[in-house]
Design a protein. Structure first.
Length: 201
């Protein structure tokens, strides 16, 4: 007996009396269900849900625990630094300098330093000028300037896994907007200090 599911397309061809086959339209997903018996009075309700974006199977959050920070430091290897600087005494120079020394790739974005080569890469004016995948966006901007970068972060493709606001920088509304689309957020922490403490460099 062939049993159909509302809203589903049943593949043509013979089925045995105990098989229901559903072919959904989502990413070629095929689900085959075999039941020991099928009762005529019962109706099967099966729903296949596609992933909405690359991080849909994990809940994004604001990270402030050692385990979460350690995970970020391991999985994020390409870092875009917003507000990167060439002056050695600035945190926006010596933090990415340290990160590069321990193996991270650093891509800089700052309109005032654009065109200068820092850490082996040419600095671009804004995040919109980066044409490659970025794992983490590291922000060196005053807290009240953080929202100005939200649209550019959300326009990145693919989205970064993490946005990290450096020590002394916090903007809860922006953090919530990022978490809502699946981006983890770290606020008011120094990536250099956390790496030294948690990764033993």
């Amino acid at each position: 007996m062939r049993e159909t599911v509302p809203g589903a397309r049943v593949r043509a061809g013979p089925l045995d009396s105990n098989q229901i086959e559903l072919v959904s339209g989502g990413a070629g997903l095929q689900t085959s269900i075999r039941a020991s018996s099928v009762f005529a009075s019962d109706r099967c309700r099966i729903r296949a849900t596609e992933r909405k974006h690359a991080y849909a199977d994990a809940v994004a959050r604001t990270i402030d625990d050692d385990e979460g920070i350690r995970d970020v430091l391991i999985r994020c290897q390409t870092i875009a630094v917003v507000g990167i600087h060439h002056e050695l005494h600035r945190a926006a120079f010596y933090v990415p300098d340290y990160l590069r020394s321990v193996g991270y790739r650093i891509l800089g974005a700052n309109p005032h330093v654009a065109g200068r080569e820092l850490f082996g890469e040419t600095v671009v004016p804004t995040l919109a000028d980066l044409n490659e995948r970025v794992d983490l966006v590291d922000v060196f901007r005053p807290s009240d300037r953080v929202p100005a970068h939200l649209a550019q972060i959300l326009a990145m493709r693919p989205l970064p896994q993490v946005v990290w606001l450096q020590l002394g920088i916090r903007h809860d509304a922006t953090a919530k907007a990022l978490v809502d689309v699946g981006i983890d957020v770290v606020q008011d922490r120094c990536m250099l200090a956390d790496h030294r403490r948690l990764r033993g460099a």
